[in-house]
Design a protein around this ligand. Structure first.
Ligand SMILES: *Cc1c(COP(=O)(O)O)cnc(C)c1O
Length: 219
């Protein structure tokens, strides 16, 4: 049951936070509902969950429009790649975009924010493992990219996000992300998924993105 697994994940986050001397409420649980229907989002909401993550713009628009229309309170994070031609929909749909990963997207977001007046909070995705097939700014280019976002596009960035390589221990990647955030004065770190969110909390995650541990295994 979603309420039970959600409670278990919350308890594990709180324990991991306390073990590192952190307040449990310093970690935001982003419940990743991709591929699961609106009914499952509703079940999580009924159990008190307010922050959700989706990786596709189209799917998110369809799933959350009824909730927005009903005036229910929730916060929606985009955690998947954003194509430039979907920027308008993304800015209209998401409260937080965690996957700012290239200069062209920064320019498109800045233009759409100016046009619409809607200002989603932004995280920069970092390709900590330098994987050629993975999105994200290379670790050595993040400082310059953040400066470009701030000085050229007037886009305030709140934090960093990473998806470590699947076949490596995650901890060194989380530590690298934390170090890049520290030297750039960024407060937020989105790292950790179902398999490693406790490690991420120990290394300073402020946002963990947990899907299957809450909603069950995806097809
Ligand atoms: C799907 C996804 C998650 C959640 O993964 P689980 O292993 O199901 O917890 C987290 N982050 C991103 C970017 C994802 O695409």
């Amino acid at each position: 049951m979603i309420s039970v697994s959600l409670e278990a994940v919350r308890a594990r986050i709180a324990d991991a936070a306390r073990r590192s001397g952190r307040a449990p409420d310093s970690v935001t649980l982003v419940a990743v509902a991709k591929t699961y229907p609106t009914e499952d989002v509703e079940a999580a909401r009924a159990a008190g969950q307010r922050v959700f993550g989706e990786n596709r713009v189209q799917e998110a628009m369809a799933k959350y429009a009824p909730l927005r229309a009903a005036g229910v309170a929730f916060e929606l994070h985009l955690i998947g790649p954003l194509q430039s031609n979907k920027v308008r929909e993304a800015v209209a749909t998401f409260d937080v975009i965690q996957t700012l990963d290239r200069p062209k997207l920064a320019a498109a977001l800045a233009a759409e924010i100016a046009r619409s007046g809607r200002r989603p909070r932004l995280f920069v995705q970092v390709n900590t493992g330098a994987e050629p097939q993975k999105a994200g700014i290379a670790p050595e280019s993040v400082d310059a990219f953040l400066a470009e976002c701030r000085d050229v596009h007037r886009l305030p960035v709140e934090g960093l996000m990473c998806i470590p390589p699947a076949d490596e221990p995650a901890a060194p990647h989380f530590a690298l992300l934390r170090e890049i955030a520290r030297r750039n004065g960024l407060a937020c770190l989105s790292m950790g998924m179902s398999g490693d969110f406790e490690t991420a909390v120990a290394l300073g995650a402020t946002h963990v993105r947990v899907g299957s541990a809450i909603f069950g295994r995806r097809e």
